[in-house]
Write a protein that binds this ligand. Structure first.
Ligand code: ADP
Ligand code: TYD
Length: 208
């Protein structure tokens, strides 16, 4: 595993603490001497960051569900080619804030049932899963209030409301069951340091 690098992803509903935990894990692994690439989706390469603006800014009805799926997939393909695969080939640990599981949830579930289309496109254009996925499980109301506390222009998805957050949380837990070999569930309803300790313990075991 170490020689070919290690590909870790964080998943969970908006505001669950993924970015915070991804950053804390990256810092911890770096102090232990690992070479770490901390990245995110949508984005993570110059081209994919441009696509990020197209999908996260502007009117909620800006794209049809299918077009949106193509844009997220295009961004992921570029990110994979230019950032993730070269880092893994160099033996680095790649920590990615969201990846294909987010597409399975958001594009697959939120605007009708597009899961089968998501899976087909994934196998055609991406064809890779993380070595390990940390699902930060979180009470939907708390997640929503944390996410809404942030200011910014990336608001296309943030008017989803509590019902969709609940559906997403249940969907992520079902996904963890579906891909139980790579998913680890961490309780995010605690202070940052307690969550980070669990995350570190899980990842250390994988690195050994
Ligand atoms: P995500 O990337 O999942 O949307 P963030 O890491 O950006 O979540 O966290 C959302 C907000 O909640 C941020 O303001 C962050 O500082 C705060 N936060 C993150 N983890 C915790 C925690 N365990 N307890 C309280 N607040 C947290
Ligand atoms: P992100 O910046 O991780 O937001 P947050 O910190 O609030 O979790 O992601 C932005 C939004 O993009 C988020 O609402 C989920 C959505 N998204 C998709 O709809 N599909 C995807 O494939 C990805 C990666 C993200």
């Amino acid at each position: 595993m170490t020689k070919a690098g290690l590909f870790l992803t964080f998943e969970g509903i908006d505001g669950s603490g993924k970015s915070t935990q991804a950053r804390m894990l990256a810092d911890r692994l770096r102090t232990q001497g690992h070479q770490v690439v901390l990245t995110r989706e949508p984005g993570g390469s110059p081209g994919a960051e441009e696509i990020r603006r197209l999908v996260l800014e502007g009117d909620p009805d800006r794209w049809s569900a299918e077009t949106e799926l193509l844009l997220f997939t295009a961004a992921r393909r570029d990110h994979l080619e230019r950032t993730i695969e070269p880092a893994l080939a160099a033996g680095k640990v790649v920590i990615c804030d969201r990846f294909a599981d987010s597409t399975r949830m958001y594009q697959g579930l939120s605007r009708g049932d597009l899961r089968s289309l998501v899976d087909q496109l994934h196998s055609l254009m991406i064809g890779r899963e993380p070595d390990m996925t940390l699902l930060i499980d979180m009470d939907p109301e708390t997640g929503l209030s944390r996410a809404k506390g942030r200011q910014g222009t990336e608001e296309r998805f943030e008017d989803f409301g509590p019902d969709l957050q609940k559906k997403m949380r249940a969907g992520f837990l079902a996904l963890a069951d579906e891909f139980s070999d790579r998913f680890r569930i961490v309780d995010g309803n605690r202070d940052m340091d307690s969550v980070a300790k669990d995350v570190t313990d899980i990842v250390q075991a994988a690195l050994r």
